[in-house]
Ligand binder design. Sequence first.
Ligand SMILES: NC(=O)c1ccc[n+]([C@@H]2O[C@H](COP(=O)([O-])OP(=O)(O)OC[C@H]3O[C@@H](n4cnc5c(N)ncnc54)[C@H](OP(=O)(O)O)[C@@H]3O)[C@@H](O)[C@H]2O)c1
Length: 289
Amino acid sequence: MSAQNVTVLGLGQMGAALAGALLEGGHRVTVWNRTPAKADPLVARGAVRAADVAEAVAGDGPVVVCVLDYAAVLERLTPVADRLRGRDVVNLTSGSPEQARAVAAWAAERGIGYLDGAVMTTPPGVGDPANMVLYSGDPAVLAAHRAVLAAFGDPVDLGADAGLASLYDAGLLGLMWSVFGGWLHATALTGADGVAATDFTAVADRWLRTVSWFMTGYAGQVDAGVYPGHDATVDVQVAAIGHLLEAGEARGVDARLPELHLELMREVVAAGHGGDSYARVIEAFRRKG
Ligand SMILES: NC(=O)c1ccc[n+]([C@@H]2O[C@H](COP(=O)([O-])OP(=O)(O)OC[C@H]3O[C@@H](n4cnc5c(N)ncnc54)[C@H](OP(=O)(O)O)[C@@H]3O)[C@@H](O)[C@H]2O)c1
């Protein structure tokens, strides 16, 4: 694609990786950071250093923002709101869905195009099309800059509600921590008998693909609100988790994580749904909502 003008505000670990990916893509990149020295490596690669935010947004391309939080986003954009009228802001700072919707409304009131986003990797993964960057907000902004934004990773369009990228991000990080927890618990369990983490993880990686296939089937059940236990019932899994607890007990492995799963499954059984699939456990979470 042809080179575009792009501004990047915020050159912490993530902002610097985003600016670097744009340079790698051959774009003309103007950068600003509160602590100016962080721009030095990017300037050495061809970026243009702006003295302040007003100078940084003086050009005509999209403005990518990646600072610590949404308070810092508004602190930096508010003084230049007039200059941003008619321009597009792509905010890749992490925050809550409510904050994203508030900044989207702030931008709309000022005639600023606004796209919110969540980078679903760490800085070394930026630029790899295997990694996703989630976007939600003004569809026209994503359509106008999709080719430029592809420099960061695969752009995934979640629609016009600006809060959805942050909402998915929060949910996906929760999923990641649950997987990390389950993997580390299982690695401690197998490691107690001398299994190397790398050996166990090679098998665990294949198992996660099967688990992903289960999830895809269960998602349809959740949407339909019916949970036929034709593959494996909660009753069967209550028995199965007993084996995990027993094996952990024998090896001195902390039981808090499997006990939480057992508690959730027991709620389902107590409500009379032990013959349903594991997807029925969603009701245990909804009741706490
Ligand atoms: N790192 C990751 O793996 C990752 C992944 C996904 C999303 N994110 C999100 O990306 C954002 C940046 O993360 P990071 O890892 O780059 O953090 P970081 O390395 O700590 O950088 C923070 C950046 O925010 C700037 N900043 C903080 N307060 C500011 C203010 N009041 N005004 C202007 N600039 C301000 C800092 O400027 P100074 O240099 O002057 O301190 C720095 O450029 C966060 O919202 C984070 O959640 C990070």
